[in-house]
Write a protein of this length. Structure first.
Length: 234
């Protein structure tokens, strides 16, 4: 959708639609499009992630994180992530993420200072920005989809120049219909087979009836969830 909204029916561009992957229910499939479109555009299109490279996604147990880390792993990449509780760290390790730390106990920029990470997807912002730049490999790419900590940041431009780094980011909804169509086509070709082969799957934390949307938002704001929160209709 080009803007937010909850409704029983919505008219969309047919070229933005994809078939439900074989073996996935309609309800679970609702957790797929927004996350996969976002990850594909920012990590694979703008970030140009290649097989064999290293990807770090902060907030790995978010809907974006759980999907993006699976996609990168299936793509043949080494995966890194941060999470705020030991339970979430364990979940990500069981999901197959290669390297995970509890950011409340360890500083990622110290733990991974020698890892030479190729692509970072961040939704935190603030003082994470310079720290991200410092641990990137030469010609590394840093992509932003949010600035939950702060959108106002201070960075050292010399870090970018010295390592030929790329700092980018996007909002998905304002993209043109043509761009969204291209994303859908790329996903159908490259990612949809991963669902059908069971290499990746949607992670659903909890569902709420549409009438309880406010409760779903409260849960999301608490950051206690792991994966997607869905609204259902009778």
């Amino acid at each position: 959708m080009p803007g937010g909204g909850y409704a029983e029916f919505v008219a969309v561009e047919s070229s933005h639609c994809l078939p439900i992957p074989e073996g996935i229910s309609l309800e679970d499939a609702a957790a797929i499009p927004e996350t996969v479109f976002t990850v594909w555009f920012d990590v694979f299109h703008l970030g140009k992630l290649q097989a064999g490279e290293k990807l770090l996604i902060h907030g790995g147990t978010s809907g974006i994180g759980t999907m993006g880390l699976q996609m990168a792993k299936a793509w043949g990449c080494e995966t890194y992530s941060t999470a705020g509780t030991d339970e979430k760290v364990d979940f990500l390790k069981n999901l197959g993420v290669d390297h995970v730390i509890n950011y409340k106990k360890e500083n990622f920029e110290e733990v991974w200072k020698d890892e030479k990470i190729d692509v970072i997807l961040d939704m935190v912002g603030g003082d994470y920005t310079q720290k991200n730049l410092e641990i990137l490999n030469k010609k590394g790419r840093l992509a932003y989809i949010n600035g939950m900590k702060s959108s106002n940041v201070n960075i050292n431009l010399r870090t970018i120049m010295a390592k030929n780094l790329l700092l980018t980011g996007s909002f998905l909804k304002p993209q043109t219909d043509d761009i969204k169509t291209q994303i859908a086509e790329d996903i159908a070709k490259n990612i949809w087979p991963m669902f059908e082969s069971k290499k990746i799957k949607p992670i659903i934390y909890k569902t709420f009836p549409l009438a309880d949307a406010a409760e779903a938002h409260k849960l999301m704001e608490s950051s206690e969830h792991i994966g997607k929160i869905l609204l259902t209709m009778d």
